[in-house]
Design a protein around this ligand. Structure first.
Ligand code: ATP
Length: 212
C-alpha cells in the first residue's frame, strides 16, 4: 500500500501557524502527505475576507520549501459549497487504493452525524481525529456505535487498508485562531510570529485584512 494521503480542510482566512503545526504533526504521526484544502463557501459561516485567489496566494507562500504539506484547490474551483463526501469520493477515484485520511478536530468529529451522507465517508476514507491534551468532547451515541469496530490506537494500521478506520492523533495545541489574526491586522498590529514568515515576503499579501 502506498503512503497515505490526508486531507485538512478549512477556510484558511488566513493560514496561520496553528494550522501548519497541526497538519505537520499529523503528517508525521501518520507518515502521510497532508493536503491543505481551502473551502469555497463554508455552509455554516460568513464569507472569508480574502477571496479564493488571495487565500491560495497565502497558502502557496506558507507552503514553500517543504514537501510534507501540499495544496489542493479543487473545492475553490467548483461553484458553490462542496460536501465532504463528494470531495472524498472524487479523490478515491483518482487515488485508487491509496489510503485516504480525513483530518478533523475532535469538535468537528463529534458533529459528524449531522453531515450529508456521513456514514458513507467510512467507505472512502479513514478519519484522523485531532485531539488536544485537556480537551474532552462527548461523542454522540450514534457516532460511538458506528466507530466501535473501526477504532485503532496505532496510526500505522491506516497504511494497510484504503478506508474505514478511525484513529486519534494527539497534537500540540497552539492557541492561534484566524479570527484573532484578522482582529490584530484590522487594528494595524503585526502578528508576525503567529503567521508563517512567507506571508511577509510580499507586503500586499495581507492587504485584505488591513485598514478595515
Ligand atoms: P476562524 O478563526 O476564522 O474560525 P480558524 O483559525 O479556526 O479560523 P479554519 O480555517 O476555520 O481556521 O480552520 C481549519 C481547520 O484548522 C479546522 O479544522 C480548525 O479546527 C483547525 N484549527 C484552526 N486553528 C487551530 C489551532 N490553533 N490548533 C489546531 N487546529 C486548528
Amino acid at each position: 500500500m502506498s503512503r497515505p494521503l490526508a486531507i485538512f480542510g478549512g477556510t484558511f482566512d488566513p493560514i496561520h501557524l496553528g494550522h501548519l503545526s497541526v497538519a505537520w504533526e499529523a503528517s508525521e504521526l501518520l507518515d502521510a502527505e497532508v493536503r491543505l484544502m481551502p473551502a469555497s463557501v463554508p455552509p455554516h459561516r460568513s464569507s472569508p475576507l480574502a477571496n479564493a485567489q488571495q487565500r491560495v496566494a497565502m497558502l502557496k507562500a506558507a507552503l514553500q520549501k517543504q514537501s510534507r504539506l501540499t495544496l489542493d484547490t479543487r473545492e475553490l474551483e467548483r461553484s458553490g459549497p462542496s460536501y465532504t463526501i463528494d470531495t472524498l469520493t472524487e479523490l478515491r477515484k483518482e487515488q485508487g487504493d491509496r489510503p485516504l485520511v480525513l483530518l478533523l478536530g475532535v469538535d468537528a468529529f463529534a458533529g459528524l452525524p449531522s453531515w450529508h451522507r456521513w456514514r458513507q465517508l467510512f467507505d472512502v476514507t479513514h478519519i484522523g481525529v485531532l485531539s488536544r491534551p485537556g480537551v474532552q468532547v462527548t461523542l454522540p451515541d450514534t457516532l460511538l456505535a458506528e466507530i466501535a469496530t473501526r477504532r485503532t490506537d496505532d496510526p500505522s494500521t491506516l497504511h494497510a487498508t484504503p478506508a474505514g478506520k478511525v484513529t486519534e492523533l494527539s497534537v500540540t495545541p497552539l492557541e492561534i485562531s484566524a479570527t484573532r489574526i484578522r482582529e490584530l491586522l484590522a487594528e494595524g498590529r503585526d502578528p508576525r510570529y503567529l503567521l508563517p514568515c512567507g506571508l511577509f515576503d510580499d507586503p500586499s499579501i495581507l492587504a485584505p485584512y488591513r485598514n478595515r
